[in-house]
Design a protein around this ligand. Structure first.
Ligand SMILES: CC(C)(COP(=O)(O)OP(=O)(O)OC[C@H]1O[C@@H](n2cnc3c(N)ncnc32)[C@H](O)[C@@H]1OP(=O)(O)O)[C@@H](O)C(=O)NCCC(=O)NCCS
Length: 183
């Protein structure tokens, strides 16, 4: 079990198949919290679905297309962050993140995504990192802004929310040089 400490109470680990049950439970108890913003939640109906996600993520990692970390807070699985898409040709990545409701508001995601950005920029040598969120997702917007990502544009009604409403999709980005400069 290899892990990286990103803050005294926060560790990142690669997700592995034996985490499937614990990760499924975390999604399951947080459905109401996650579902408004994350399309994968409704399709996660059993630990097998979560195991399939993890196996797909490991394949994506081995092919350089994805990189997902589990986030442990005080030794307990608390959320996930990762690059859902790594485009080696363009040297770009699109990242995502989520946390269980009971650990919100402690800076855990900011610390975890900061380490993810280090990995993508410094270890993988990517040039540009992007993140997207629905305009109504104020907490997610604040995470990106705390990390120094800039709002670059808006895709009008680019997100179909779980309740059937359309929301604008905000595109945030940061260049590797900008990330290194602010560290
Ligand atoms: C988006 C989401 C990950 C943000 O979580 P979060 O807890 O707000 O973010 P952080 O872990 O960075 O915590 C930041 C908060 O902790 C506070 N905080 C406390 N200690 C801190 C520290 N050491 N460093 C930074 N912030 C700290 C900050 O002031 C901030 O509070 P505020 O939002 O009231 O201003 C979470 O709300 C979530 O999972 N939502 C549902 C899924 C989702 O929307 N995912 C993103 C899809 S685009």
């Amino acid at each position: 079990m290899f892990s990286e400490r990103v803050r005294e109470d926060v560790d990142l680990k690669w997700l592995e198949p034996h985490h499937a049950w614990e990760l499924y439970r975390l999604v399951d108890v947080n459905r109401d919290h996650l579902n408004p913003w994350l399309p994968f939640v409704d399709g996660t109906c059993s630990p097998k679905d979560t195991e399939d996600f993890i196996r797909g993520a490991i394949r994506g990692l081995s092919e350089g297309r994805e990189a997902h970390f589990g986030i442990w807070a005080h030794g307990k699985l608390a959320g996930v962050t990762g690059a859902n898409t790594i485009n080696q040709q363009n040297q770009t990545a699109v990242i995502g993140y989520w946390l269980g409701k009971d650990v919100e508001g402690r800076g855990i995601i900011t610390a975890a995504v900061s380490r993810l950005l280090d990995d993508l920029v410094q270890e993988r040598g990517l040039h540009r990192i992007e993140a997207r969120c629905a305009a109504g997702n104020n907490r997610s917007r604040r995470v990106m802004e705390r990390l120094g990502m800039r709002h670059e544009g808006t895709l009008k009604q680019g997100d179909l929310l779980a309740d059937g409403r359309w929301d604008d999709c905000l595109v945030y980005g940061i260049l590797a040089s900008e990330w290194k400069d602010q560290k």
